[in-house]
Design a binder for this molecule. Structure first.
Ligand SMILES: Nc1ncnc2c1ncn2[C@@H]1O[C@H](COP(=O)(O)OP(=O)(O)OP(=O)(O)O)[C@@H](O)[C@H]1O
Length: 247
């Protein structure tokens, strides 16, 4: 058996009185795309933060490629595409700067980009079709372009684990198709990719496996099985059967 890229075991996370994760376990192997599905407040973002080692769980362990999340972050092995609400879009950085941030872990203390760093950024911008927007301030892009810029950061970083928190929210069809194609290419090159999404219809085409989260992992398997109405009802209640999509 190969070492899982993500190996999270029995994670419990509390914010004061709020129990956000209650013994959640998730393993994901290299070259796999996994969709993370759960209602608002089910703990998806918390799980991402625990996997990245940005919050310390009350109980449980996380290994990334067999080592600690801190070690993986130091080695620039974890790429993260945050929810739009988590980003300060007024920050005075260009699209090029944002993508270059993906290379910081590969640079020395001086943070002076090498020819390799510059090439990686140019190639990533080209792959997300944002070359012509490289010098725009990041906030001056459309919703879909902003997401593509952050996906480019993960690509430039050459991360072996990519975490994307709702990358398709507020995104146009073209950006969605571009991002989906790029994620498939990154997975084919060996990356393990975990994507939280409310777009259940697109999931079977996007992901190799799916996880239903409700503070703990209720189910993990083939997306078509996990997304069966009777299983979704476990995570979302009966509403989802009527509306056909997740809130
Ligand atoms: N910093 C915080 N302080 C207190 N409670 C928090 C904090 N962050 C999250 N929570 C609570 O923890 C629970 C899980 O939140 P989390 O953001 O992980 O859910 P989510 O599944 O990502 O939700 P959404 O789909 O709305 O993004 C929620 O009840 C939320 O209100």
């Amino acid at each position: 058996m190969s070492t899982p890229a993500i190996d999270a075991v029995d994670l419990t996370v509390r914010y004061g009185e709020v129990l956000a994760l209650d013994g959640a376990s998730l393993q994901l192997n290299p070259s796999r795309i996994c969709g993370l599905v759960g209602m608002n407040g089910s703990g998806k973002s918390t799980l991402f933060k625990a996997i990245m080692g940005l919050l310390k769980p009350e109980a449980g362990t996380v290994l990334i490629n067999g080592g600690s999340p801190a070690k993986a972050r130091k080695a620039a092995a974890i790429g993260y595409v945050p929810q739009s609400e988590e980003v300060d879009w007024s920050f005075p950085v260009s699209v090029h700067d944002v993508v270059m941030m993906g290379r910081y872990g590969h640079m020395g203390f001086t943070r002076r980009p090498s020819t390799t760093d510059k090439l990686a950024v140019d190639q990533a911008l080209e792959r997300v079709e944002l070359t012509g927007y490289a010098h725009r301030q990041i906030g001056q892009l459309s919703g879909g372009q902003k997401k593509r810029a952050f996906v480019a950061r993960g690509i430039a970083q050459d991360a072996t684990v990519l975490l994307l928190d709702e990358p398709f929210a507020g995104v146009d069809k073209r950006s969605e198709a571009t991002i989906t194609r790029l994620l498939r290419e990154q997975a084919a090159a060996g990356a393990a990719i975990l994507i939280s999404t409310h777009d259940l219809h697109a999931l079977p085409d996007l992901a190799d496996e799916a996880v239903l989260l409700m503070r703990k992992v209720l189910m993990h398997g083939d997306p078509r099985t996990v997304l069966r109405p009777e299983n979704l009802a476990l995570a979302f209640g009966l509403d989802v059967l009527v509306r056909g999509d997740a809130a």
